[in-house]
Write a protein that binds this ligand. Structure first.
Ligand code: UGA
Length: 437
């Protein structure tokens, strides 16, 4: 099939390459000339395991352009542009609206427009009416990919959600999307059919639930900190109950990234507009707990070191999660900035995110106090503390005995509870975790 994917960020670019992997002929369209140039030359503009290979492997069936008129050759059009957070917390719909406006002149009767962006409930109904005069049909098909696993999640999703329009175009829309996803459906992937509003809500409800799980365990970490309990053992014990489950119960410095934080705020803003704000009051609390955890590292560092001014602190990790170079709303980067603002000299390192992080540090006017590189071992030389802020596997594999001889003071603050606490203690370090010691 001939497919266009509008918006080539994490979601769109991976979706485009994955659709080509399924055998379709795909054109990715984005307004960002540099991104298009990079993707066209087979180089991923962001770090995502397996994505470069997919680009190169499918280059015969996959191209990228800034010219929306190329959409005319396709009959299925995925909308995968971003919906960032507006200053009032709601989702900024500028890019979705621009994409639809630019696409409509190139649509033909019988075309299918498939929304993938995370949007406020009610959006699909509005866009459907906008698209209808062209003779095309709109449906909603939210995406659940995780950064770091984007290719795997797109090609082998847990489920496919189809939000269908009311009326007689629904059946043909469903058939077309079934054809697009034929290979995935053939493996037995569940396909759930529902109306627009439900499909839109599934996405924000899933992210809200995940955020709630993380803040729940972080609230337990706060209780553990004053009672001497160990939150990791607590999570293991409650996680054995299948109704609860162990995944997404890792306490630490909380969630960040381009999705969870902005999606819960956007959902709260939309519920307020709909007059049911009180239904989501709890999400405000989830957000507060999450942001509070970012301050915990500073508190522990002050507790151990006293005045932070003049102290040298290594921070391992800048990306919002491992296997990613994404620093959007990264708890790690917030911690670097707050340590620097408290007067510490910060030596920050990340295997993938050092370049975007250095730009942000520069823009914040903190480059005099923060050095950024990918050399995490070198960053530990002569420091008063090592802070682990992103749980890269490489950090977990560091030999604490080797670190003991290079640091000035043996203190490790494990913001992600990912280190072997006993091994670090055995090497002479004071180990401070989040909700565990
Ligand atoms: C999230 C969802 O997991 C995806 O299902 C969804 O498709 C995506 O948002 C989206 O809306 O596009 P992602 O932002 O890639 O995916 O990141 P997650 O793996 O959810 O992690 C989010 C944050 O939570 C990270 O900062 C991570 O370190 C933190 N986290 C995760 C914890 O603090 N504890 C945990 O137990 C798990």
């Amino acid at each position: 099939m001939k497919i266009s994917v509008i918006g080539c960020g994490y979601l769109g670019a991976v979706h485009a390459a994955s659709m080509a992997e399924l055998g379709h002929e795909v054109i990715g369209i984005d307004v960002d000339q540099a991104k298009v140039a990079s993707l066209s030359s087979g180089v991923a503009p962001f770090h995502e395991p397996g994505f470069d290979d997919l680009l190169v492997k499918n280059s015969q069936r996959l191209s990228f352009t800034t010219d929306m008129s190329h959409a005319v050759n396709a009959s299925v059009h995925f909308i995968a542009v971003g919906t960032p957070q507006s200053s009032d917390g709601s989702a900024d719909m500028t890019y979705v609206n621009q994409a639809i406006d630019a696409l409509i002149p190139h649509l033909s009767p019988g075309d299918l427009v498939v929304g993938k962006s995370t949007v406020p409930v009610g959006t699909a109904q509005r866009l459907s009416a906008q698209v209808a005069p062209s003779g095309a049909t709109l449906m909603w098909n939210p995406e659940f990919l995780r950064e770091g696993f984007a290719v795997e999640d797109t090609l082998s999703p847990d489920r496919l959600v189809y939000g269908l329009p009311e009326g007689d175009t629904a059946d043909s829309a469903q058939e077309i999307l079934d054809e697009v996803y034929a290979t995935i459906l053939a493996t037995g992937t569940p396909r759930l059919i529902m109306n627009f509003a439900t499909a839109e809500l599934v996405k924000v409800a899933a992210n809200s639930f995940l955020a709630t799980k993380i803040s729940f365990i972080n609230a337990m970490a706060e209780i553990s900190e004053v009672t001497g309990a160990n939150v990791t053992q607590l999570a293991d014990a409650i996680g054995h109950d299948n109704r609860i489950g162990r995944r997404f119960l890792n306490a630490g410095i909380g969630f960040g990234g381009g999705c969870l934080p902005k999606d819960i705020r956007g959902f709260v803003a939309r519920a307020d507009e709909l007059g049911v704000g009180s239904s989501l009051d709890f999400l405000k609390n989830i957000d507060e707990i999450n942001l509070r955890r970012r301050g915990r590292v500073l508190d522990v560092a002050t507790d151990e070191l006293g005045e932070l001014a003049g102290k040298r602190i290594a921070v391992w990790g800048l990306a919002f999660k491992p296997d990613s170079d994404d620093i959007r709303d990264s708890p790690a980067l917030d911690i670097v900035e707050s340590l620097a603002r408290a007067g510490a000299q910060v030596v920050a390192a990340d295997p993938q995110a050092s370049i975007p992080a250095a730009k942000r540090i520069d823009a914040a006017g903190l480059s005099g106090q923060v050095s950024v590189s990918d050399d995490y071992l070198g960053a530990a030389a002569g420091v008063d503390a090592i802070v682990v802020a992103t749980e890269w596997k490489a950090f977990q594999e560091v030999d604490p005995k080797a670190m003991a001889s290079v640091v000035a003071n043996k203190l490790v603050i494990d913001g992600r509870n990912c280190l072997d606490a006993d091994a670090w203690k055995a090497a002479g370090f004071t180990y401070r975790g989040m909700g565990r010691s």
